[in-house]
Design a protein around this ligand. Structure first.
Ligand code: HAM
Length: 426
């Protein structure tokens, strides 16, 4: 074992397997770009209070999982556990909410949660996220959900479900909460569950233990106690999803781990992943802007899609992701003078947009040709003293073994034409 290991619970992605990581990230981000979401790059760490207030003190994410530390100026900062609070902070700081609405933003990158590591649950996790801020229109909820669905589908995923719920508005909830607390108080719950119920009674409805499930089978559900406006909003979202052909199941017990949600909430669940089955989730957040000090209180909706778990889902479904060849051309120099020349030819080919790698380290022809085969390149360029003398170079088509001599002066153009021919046939 090497002396240093990556921190516990943090995956490395390296070639060739990193191909599926970049494919997932880029495909999900592309689906968002096609709906007009612009890229936003956010700080990896922010003021701790932003997350405490934005995500909610009572959530596990804030109370147990944050990487919080004092910087050298004694300010408390936190590695971002999620993206929505930071996006809202940027919108407020730069007055984006005073421009064209909705503000549509997309981000991707690492987030940090001190969770108990296991397969699919990491302490550094990667998300692609979108946020659409400033307009409360059910069609926008449906758009956000449809983007995620389209992203997964473009990747070739099929074994996932969309769970949908509405959490109503801040006005809908107190009356329902009273009903639920009343119901729970009549149940023989254990100490820990009762304590959890006190912080957030909804959590008890999401408890996976069969005995708790049984006890709460007849519990009042928020979805049956939505206010008129929320109910109409939810029906409109469902109508849009139906017309878009996005399949969903209503899960009245859906509980999200962040406090800011109102109205539409959703989760994409993959059944091939065991316990860590949530491959993405999101929802609407009506009070967040005000919570973070905004003068107006504009609504927003968004999602965070888990890149790591989507990669695992693709592997679980056996969806093959092509591992792209590292290069198109592999140069094999025999001797110093040949190397000097090939280094320049490689630069010229790269300049023409063709990926080139070289055999470095003077390993001899046999080893170099093996490396050429392994690289996945279409062509090898072999240059030795003999070829140099008559200003030519050996061009070998690695897939067929066919070989020809071409002039050094025209080799860049020759390779460019051959590569274009292959691309055209493909
Ligand atoms: P979240 O449900 O906490 O939502 O995270 C979104 C996704 O990130 C999850 O569905 C999961 O795929 C992935 N994820 C979360 N934690 C881990 C982990 N420890 N290891 C691996 N993957 C993980 C949010 O973060 C919200 N900001 C989403 C959102 C945006 N809501 C509105 N706008």
């Amino acid at each position: 074992m090497s002396e240093f290991q990556a921190p516990r619970g943090i995956p490395d992605y390296f070639p060739p397997r990193s191909a599926d990581f970049t494919r997932v990230r880029d495909t999900l981000a592309k689906a968002a770009a096609l709906a007009g979401y612009g890229h936003i790059e956010l700080p990896i760490f922010e003021d701790t209070a932003l997350f405490a207030r934005g995500v909610g003190e009572s959530t596990d994410v804030v109370s147990k999982e944050m990487y919080t530390f004092a910087d050298r100026g004694e300010r408390s900062v936190t590695l971002r556990p999620e993206g929505t609070a930071g996006v809202m902070r940027a919108v407020l700081q730069h007055g984006l909410d005073r421009g064209q609405l909705p503000v549509k933003l997309c981000y991707s990158g690492p987030f940090f949660r001190y969770e108990k590591p296991q397969e699919g649950r990491y302490r550094q996790l990667q998300q692609v996220g979108v946020e659409a801020i400033g307009v409360d229109d059910p069609a926008l909820d449906a758009e956000v959900i449809a983007i995620a669905d389209e992203g997964y589908r473009r990747l070739g995923l099929t074994g996932y479900r969309l769970e949908l719920a509405s959490l109503g508005t801040a006005e809908d909830r107190p009356a329902y909460r009273e009903l639920l607390v009343d119901f729970l108080s009549g149940l023989p719950l254990d100490e820990a569950t009762r304590a959890r119920a006190e912080i957030n009674p909804l959590r008890v409805l999401d408890d996976k233990r069969p005995e708790v499930r049984e006890m709460t089978a007849d519990a009042p559900l928020l979805i049956d106690h939505l206010g008129e406006e929320s109910a109409r909003h939810f029906a409109a979202v469902r109508g849009h999803l139906d017309r878009l052909g996005v399949a969903y199941e209503i899960n009245p017990r859906l509980v999200r781990g962040l406090d800011y949600y109102t109205k539409t909430t959703f989760e994409f669940v993959h059944d091939g992943l065991g316990a860590q089955s949530g491959i993405g989730g999101g929802g609407r957040y009506d009070g967040l802007m005000r919570q973070l000090g905004g003068k107006q209180d504009l609504s927003g909706i968004g999602f965070g899609l888990g890149v790591d778990r989507t990669v695992l889902a693709l592997r679980a479904e056996g969806v093959a992701v092509d591992e792209p060849a590292r290069c198109r051309v592999f140069g094999v120099p025999m001797g110093e003078a040949a190397k000097d020349r090939l280094v320049v030819i490689a630069a010229q080919l790269r300049n023409a947009g063709i990926a080139v790698d070289l055999a470095y380290g003077d390993r001899g022809l046999k080893g170099a040709m093996k490396a050429a085969d392994r690289s996945g390149a279409d062509f090898a360029l072999v240059l030795g003293e003999r070829e140099l003398e008559d200003a030519s170079i050996e061009l070998k088509k690695l897939k067929t073994g066919a070989q020809e001599r071409v002039s050094l002066d025209s080799v860049v153009e020759e390779v460019r034409l051959l590569a274009a021919e292959i691309d055209q046939d493909a």
